[in-house]
Design a protein around this ligand. Structure first.
Ligand SMILES: Nc1ncnc2c1ncn2[C@@H]1O[C@H](COP(=O)(O)OP(=O)(O)OP(=O)(O)O)[C@@H](O)[C@H]1O
Ligand SMILES: [Mg+2]
Length: 504
């Protein structure tokens, strides 16, 4: 690693509608380093990268690349300077094929202007292979899973042979083996002199893969240094101003009667013979690896999928659920897994994204009561610490983590007796995670039945009374929360152990 930084952003300032978001931010990147850019939701990480990537123009400040002052006037200019940007929100075009997405704006043509389709497909396959992905380059992107879409974003950046790659939460939709492969690739890139700016709220990833870090807080740099020299606790304190306890959040419990009972739920190839009950006041966790079937199981229970057999009882009454509206009527709410794809409506205001499913609560005398809606939004804004200056702006203007909080607020407002959270803390910073956990516990204390789906064992260990582990569509273990350990969960999640524990 050379001592001279090859990219410097100096005293960058940026305001939106008079609100300062970046305040004299300086960031130095050396050749061949992986640099973590850290900070709470709304701290300004993506905005800073949007300035470097030519998406936003700074109000003040300089960018220096290889000793020369540069102006990133458009994304194309930034790319021409050797910078690739993997965006936090997916940027692939669903109606184009994989290879068309990869070469969008830089299509290969022969001398007389015809597209070199086969050559583009060949290069696409070769880059995807490095990421361990085998998909047909001619497949339409809309037919692919979210994790593949994220991998295509990453592959696109690799294709351009950039000298600096910005990765804004690249692993949020990836399974563990895909994350490991990405890390290997990042290390190879680093060894060949490529620099990477890495944004993530998963601090363990940061420790594993990054060399140096810079922490932003409310648009200002509050610390920078070598990762090796710092503990996670120190970095957390810099980010959120306090330590975060790793202990369990809940102690003891008092459950009411069974609210939801599921028997023999089966959907060929997805999940098999699933039995469980959830009681009033209980928080039940489902964990396992990606592809274990838990998301599909609960999408069925919520009526997104129809092809399943078995029985569902709510309050001891059999119910038939074949549409989300029926699920909501029966008292089930689901916070879906992927904000990027399933949960937000980009062109709608923050406040309307919250109130959409809860319209009934806002309709009085046949019209929507704006005032009431705004009042309720304000209360969630405080409770969940949602960072937004004006709730009338479209939701895509919010930072990723704050969008996620709005989605959670929306389902809290729908106020169903049974509430399922799939991957609730995706993109949420370590401090805000705690707020959300407290909120979930309060829901249970109010007598709701809560189900948490998470691939992160530490998350279910922290807040669940009981934990079920799934592997290949089946429940392979049932633990009391206080008796489970991460290691045990992993051995059932990977299929190396299988026997059903009984829980109380
Ligand atoms: N186009 C925009 N118009 C208005 N405000 C914006 C715009 N883009 C970002 N902001 C605001 O700037 C602040 C910083 O947002 P940014 O997306 O940079 O945060 P972040 O650090 O990336 O957070 P997260 O971890 O949640 O992704 C937020 O308050 C956000 O609402
Ligand atoms: Mg961001």
């Amino acid at each position: 690693m050379s001592a001279d930084p090859f990219m410097i952003m100096k005293n960058i300032e940026k305001s939106f509608n008079g609100v300062p978001v970046l305040k004299k931010v300086t960031l130095e990147i050396q050749r061949g380093e992986i640099h973590a850019l850290l900070g709470e939701n709304g701290a300004g990480k993506s905005t800073l990268m949007n300035v470097l990537g030519g998406v936003h123009q700074p109000d003040n400040g300089l960018i220096n690349l290889n000793g020369e002052a540069v102006k990133m006037t458009t994304p194309r200019v930034s790319q021409a300077h050797g910078i690739s940007f993997i965006h936090q929100e997916l940027n692939v075009v669903p109606d184009l094929r994989v290879y068309e997405n990869m070469f969008l704006g830089s299509e290969l043509r022969n001398k007389i202007g015809f597209l070199k389709v086969e050559e583009m497909c060949r290069q696409t396959s070769s880059v995807l292979e490095q990421l361990g992905v085998s998909i047909n380059p001619k497949e339409y992107v809309r037919n692919l899973d979210t994790s593949y879409k994220q991998l295509i974003e990453i592959a696109k950046a690799l294709l351009h042979k950039s000298s600096l790659i910005i990765m804004d939460e690249p692993t949020s939709s990836l399974a563990e083996h895909e994350v490991n492969r990405l890390f290997k690739l990042m290390n190879n890139l680093k060894n060949s002199g490529v620099s990477i700016i890495y944004i993530s709220h998963k601090l363990k990833e940061i420790k594993k893969v990054c060399d140096r870090y810079t922490v932003l807080r409310d648009g200002e740099v509050v610390g920078t240094g070598c990762i090796e020299n710092e503990s996670l606790d120190t970095i957390t304190k810099l980010m959120v101003g306090k330590s975060i306890s790793e202990d369990r959040f809940i102690h003891g419990h008092s459950f009411g009667p069974v609210l939801l009972e599921v028997n023999h739920l089966t959907s060929e190839g997805l999940f098999n013979n699933i039995d469980f009950t959830v009681r009033k006041g209980e928080i039940l966790g489902f964990t396992g690896l990606a592809g274990d079937g838990r998301t599909e199981l609960f999408e069925s229970l919520f009526g997104y999928r129809k092809n399943y057999s078995g029985s569902i009882k709510i309050n001891n009454q059999p119910v038939k659920i074949d549409h989300p509206s029926k699920a909501i009527k029966a008292g089930i709410g689901l916070v879906p897994k992927d904000r990027k794809e399933n949960a937000i409506i980009k062109d709608l205001s923050v406040v309307h994204n919250m109130s959409l499913s809860a319209m009934r609560n806002f309709e009085k005398f046949g019209f929507i009561r704006d005032q009431l809606e705004n009042q309720i939004f304000q209360s969630y804004k405080e409770k969940l610490n949602i960072k937004v200056h004006n709730a009338g702006i479209t939701i895509d203007k919010l930072s990723g983590g704050n969008q996620q909080k709005v989605i959670i607020a929306k389902w809290l407002e729908v106020n169903t007796d049974i509430i399922i959270f799939d991957n609730p803390t995706q993109g949420i910073d370590v401090g805000a995670k705690q707020e959300i956990y407290h909120h979930i516990i309060t829901l249970a204390e109010q007598g709701k039945a809560v189900i948490i789906l998470s691939s992160e064992a530490p998350e279910v260990l922290k807040i669940c009374h009981n934990i079920y582990v799934m592997y290949q569509g089946e429940i392979t273990a049932r633990f009391k929360g206080e008796e489970a350990t991460e290691d045990e969960i992993m051995s059932y999640a990977t299929g190396s152990k299988r026997e059903a524990h009984q829980i109380g």
